[in-house]
Write a protein of this length. Structure first.
Length: 326
């Protein structure tokens, strides 16, 4: 695989830690990779993708980035923080329904970072976000600025290299730790994290199970979306490898009452993990994915897995706006 050039922004390698009490309860060896600790303002999984995408932004001579997400988007926050550090101006296209809340969590951090906000409805976000980002880019060009559009979650061909690299980081840590993870688990929101891990597993012939829990949409939609992202990635990487969408192992059934909406049992589960392992999961991604994994192990659908590595992809700021529900 030809690796495109990238910046070094994340604190890596991130630690791999054991989850002893959860392992004892479930009868399987559970580990967590602390990608929630890739940084502070830039923390979480997005920064690994942004290392590639922002390098391209700079190489193309852009002075501004435009990206999109929900009001509490971790991706928007990581992008804004990394952009400011690199001297680029961030414009965030955020989806909202109704009145704007008091700034909190990621949205507050984005205000502090001086990001420029544009707000659109859920429907516009679903149907026209790409077009709207192009309109903003043209508007900025008329003012003499050169903007770079980063798609949702930085999950494009370039972004997928972030977790391709992470897979190799895990392989090096396996050697140091003297153990092999037969299974890697991640939350799936726009697909790039899963995609990078999946293709690296395939290309190295490591034969691990790469399982994803979708936190929005459906497994079938993600199989299609990740396939498209990976074709783009393979073209950039000048590599060919055959795979079918059916191999993309996305476990449906844990979106709950909707994207970024929490059920009581999910919040109770986050509190349980906090109290037993001292590990704080977020309510939108890792809380739902770990909740899903816990229930799937109990349903015996992970019976072949002995050593499971769960990627903590971050999202801590998203916890605070949920304070009343907790
Ligand atoms: C904290 C967190 N975890 C997981 C994900 C999902 O990763 P991906 O968008 O690569 O599927 C996201 C973003 O969507 C996120 O912000």
């Amino acid at each position: 695989m030809h690796l495109p050039p990238h910046l070094s922004l994340a604190n890596t390698p991130t630690r791999i830690e054991q989850l002893p009490r959860l392992s004892a309860e479930l009868g399987v060896n559970m580990y967590v990779k602390r990608d929630d600790q890739t940084g502070s303002e830039i923390s979480g999984n997005k920064i690994r993708k942004l290392e590639f995408v922002l390098k391209d932004t700079i190489d193309k001579g852009c002075d501004m980035v435009i990206t999109c997400g929900g009001l509490q988007s971790n991706h928007a926050r990581s992008t804004a923080a990394a952009a400011v550090r690199l001297g680029l101006s961030p414009v965030l296209l955020l989806k909202t329904s109704g009145a704007l809340p008091v700034p909190d969590g990621n949205y507050l951090i984005n205000q502090l970072l001086g990001a420029e906000f544009r707000y659109i409805s859920e429907e516009e976000y679903r149907n026209r976000r790409g077009e709207i980002m192009e309109e903003i880019k043209n508007e900025m060009a008329a003012k003499g600025r050169k903007a770079y559009i980063i798609p949702e979650g930085a999950s494009d061909g370039l972004g997928c290299f972030g977790y391709y690299n992470c897979f190799h980081e895990i392989a090096a840590q396996e050697k140091q730790l003297g153990l092999t993870f037969d299974t890697i688990v991640t939350a799936v929101g726009s697909g790039g994290t899963y995609g990078g891990l999946f293709i690296a597993n395939k290309l190295t012939g490591a034969g691990k199970r790469i399982a994803g829990f979708n936190v929005c949409d459906t497994a079938a939609e993600f199989q299609e979306r990740i396939t498209a992202e990976l074709h783009e990635m393979l073209a950039i990487g000048r590599t060919q490898i055959a795979f079918t969408p059916g191999e993309i192992d996305i476990i449906d059934g844990y979106v709950g009452i909707g994207y970024a909406q929490s059920r009581k049992e999910e919040l109770d589960f986050i509190a349980k993990i906090a109290r037993t392992e001292g590990l704080i999961l977020d309510p939108v991604y890792t809380g739902k994915a770990m909740y899903g994994l816990y229930h799937e192990i109990r349903k015996d659908t992970f019976r072949e897995s002995q050593h499971i590595l769960f990627i903590h992809t971050g999202g801590l700021p998203g916890l605070f706006p949920k304070r009343e529900q907790f």
